[in-house]
Design a protein around this ligand. Structure first.
Ligand SMILES: NC(=O)c1ccc[n+]([C@@H]2O[C@H](COP(=O)([O-])OP(=O)(O)OC[C@H]3O[C@@H](n4cnc5c(N)ncnc54)[C@H](O)[C@@H]3O)[C@@H](O)[C@H]2O)c1
Length: 278
């Protein structure tokens, strides 16, 4: 049986865990080979959650190989354009082509007010969550052009379409991703390259499901659990959920990566349980 992205090759950033890993697995289930990169270490001195590791990226590779697909992995920081380009170039050499770019790597916001946000925090956020997206696209686009077309999917957030307090640098970066998406869509359409962004609400990954986030939602409790914070997180949504699973975002990515969306470009696609309606 043929898959929905059979024979395509997808380049995915932030693929060691969370949504990036899920995208790699979901696309591989539908017939794609994968070029997967992740920094696999802490990216700033103020990280609130444990960093991903080389073992995490190796696990992503095992999962993809277990599905009978090929995968090229590398430990690369999306802030390093030369390194990204080298990996994509050699990945394309090995796997033969490039059809899809998923610029997913990102860091969380930590819920800091403006006065608590240092210039360094601001710069790191913009460099990774906006600059890293630009660099991933830049590394992939020449290959998509020589391929005769392709699909670029940029991971934004509901915070890329609406404001939240205590997240100025994150919200600014994620709104910036929408600007990049629209600019790339009009620039690259002539090459049959489609560009869209996905906008997840809370996703059950380490970025969201951690002690700091739980305390943000339940400041009244000393040690809130998942169960304590589920009803509060549910207030954000129209549907009766507090968060979605990584595969829910991967299914949107799969649609945008596949030819099923062949005339869809310039779209901001929320996967948000209706949170943008509130
Ligand atoms: N989890 C959520 O609730 C949520 C909601 C909306 C949007 N998002 C966005 O989804 C994307 C994926 O996040 P996730 O939920 O899977 O979180 P995650 O923390 O589980 O995974 C993010 C991955 O990106 C990698 N990464 C971070 N900085 C990097 C860098 N400089 N270079 C290369 N890799 C880097 C990390 O090592 C990690 O493996 C992010 O862009 C995030 O902002 C997440």
């Amino acid at each position: 049986m043929s898959g929905r992205v059979d024979g395509k090759v997808a380049f995915i950033t932030g693929a060691a865990r969370g949504q990036g890993r899920s995208h790699a697995v979901r696309l591989a289930q539908e017939g794609a080979d994968i070029i997967a990169v992740d920094v696999c270490k802490p990216v700033s001195g103020t990280d609130l959650i444990p960093a991903s590791t080389p073992d995490d990226l190796a696990e992503t590779a095992d999962l993809v190989k277990g599905l009978g697909r090929r995968i090229v992995t590398a430990e690369v920081d999306v802030r390093d354009y030369d390194a990204l380009k080298a990996v994509v170039d050699s990945g394309v050499e090995e796997l033969g082509r490039l059809d899809v770019v998923v610029a997913n790597a990102g860091i969380g916001n930590g819920g800091a007010t403006l006065d608590q946000t240092s210039e360094q925090d601001w710069q790191t956020m913009i460099d990774i969550n906006l600059g890293g997206v630009w660099k991933a696209a830049k590394a992939g686009v020449p290959h998509l052009i020589s391929n005769g077309g392709g699909s670029i999917i940029l991971t934004s957030s509901v915070g890329g379409l609406k404001a939240y307090p205590n997240t100025g640098h994150y919200v600014a970066a994620k709104h910036g991703v929408v600007g990049l998406m629209r600019a790339f869509a009009v620039e690259l359409g002539q090459h049959s390259i489609r560009v869209n962004s996905v906008h997840p609400t809370n996703v059950d990954t380490p970025m969201f499901m951690n002690e700091g986030t739980m305390k943000l939602f339940r400041p009244d409790l000393e040690n809130p659990t998942k169960e304590d914070f589920a009803p509060v997180a549910q207030f954000m949504h129209v549907l009766p959920i507090g968060w979605v699973e990584p595969v829910d975002i991967s299914n949107a990515v799969l649609f945008l990566a596949s030819d099923e969306s062949r005339y869809v470009t310039g779209v901001t696609l929320p996967v948000d349980g209706g949170s943008l309606l509130k």
